[in-house]
Design a protein around this ligand. Structure first.
Ligand SMILES: NC(=O)c1ccc[n+]([C@@H]2O[C@H](COP(=O)([O-])OP(=O)(O)OC[C@H]3O[C@@H](n4cnc5c(N)ncnc54)[C@H](O)[C@@H]3O)[C@@H](O)[C@H]2O)c1
Length: 262
């Protein structure tokens, strides 16, 4: 199927690694020009260079802290100067904090909401007017099944992601007639550095035996029998940002091996 996105320009926030980078790889294979933005600017540059060499597509890496609106505005100016007016935006940046709510502090909640909710707000608010003016755009925000199901030890992460779902649906209603669609991709457990870091911490805290039992329990919760790989998510995002998905907006798509069927 021709996705109709060859030559389009896409900004991926949190694009240096993980799901963001896997999505960049999938879009590069479709001939999309890419700006990979990340708080780890060196990693964004390295990933961009690697992908440009592997795919022959134009890819730039740019530094940004999405909690800072001035930096986001500067990022979008730089990205558009490099690859042209943006048709596609993917919000993949996030942090994780594995803690019981009673053990957490207001500073933990603030950091989480700043990155995982204000971050996407800053980016969408900056990119959307241009898309509306050009009467075309595709925006996908990464949320999480923890927002749909609730998840112990991830309460304020889940709360921020629930906010992203509500934000994205609401903006989709506001701009529906302008040719801009916004959707939410809600992954289940996916094998990235974000998840791996949490697993390493859990393993150390639980000990080998308890952790091995937990791993088995987790796998039983996934009818497909495995957790996800970044490429599993990237394929679905690629379809949602394609021209073919013009009648899909304000939707939450769980890509999760059947973990949750809400
Ligand atoms: N991996 C999973 O199991 C999983 C499950 C559900 C949802 N998700 C969501 O999918 C998305 C991608 O997750 P991932 O596993 O690829 O994570 P990841 O940690 O591998 O990648 C996230 C990237 O965001 C960047 N980032 C963090 N804070 C930033 C900031 N303030 N400004 C700019 N960049 C910043 C990080 O440097 C990192 O490169 C996230 O939104 C995450 O919440 C992941």
């Amino acid at each position: 199927m021709d996705l109709g996105i060859r030559g389009q320009a896409c900004l991926i926030v949190g694009g240096a690694r993980g799901i963001g980078y896997a999505t960049a790889q999938a879009l590069a294979a479709e001939g999309v020009k890419l700006a990979l933005a990340d708080i780890d600017g060196a990693a964004a540059s390295n990933s961009a260079t690697r992908l440009a060499e592997a795919s022959g597509t134009q890819v730039v890496g740019l530094p940004v802290d999405i909690t800072n609106l001035d930096q986001v505005r500067n990022l979008v100016t730089q990205a558009e100067a490099a690859i042209g007016p943006l048709s596609i935006l993917i919000n993949s940046a996030a942090v994780l904090d594995d803690k019981l709510f009673v053990d957490s502090q207001p500073s933990d909640w603030k950091r989480m909401i700043d990155v995982c909710l204000f971050g996407p707000m800053n980016v969408i608010h900056t990119v959307l007017p241009g898309m509306m003016q050009r009467r075309y755009g595709r925006i996908v925000c990464l949320a999480s099944d923890s927002a749909r199901m609730g998840q112990a030890r991830l309460s304020y992460y889940a709360a921020a992601k629930g906010g992203v779902v509500a934000l994205t649906k609401s903006i989709a209603q506001e701009v529906g007639t302008t040719g801009v669609t916004l959707n939410i991709l809600s992954p289940g457990a996916t094998n990235t550095e974000l998840r791996q870091a949490r697993e390493v911490k859990m393993r150390a805290e639980m000990g080998e035996e308890k952790y091995a039992r937990r791993e088995k329990t987790v796998l039983r919760m996934y009818p497909v029998g495995r957790i996800g790989e970044p490429e599993d998510i990237a394929s679905a995002v690629t379809f949602l940002v394609s021209k073919r998905a013009s009648w899909i907006t304000g939707q939450v798509l769980s890509v999760n091996g059947g973990f949750a069927m809400p």
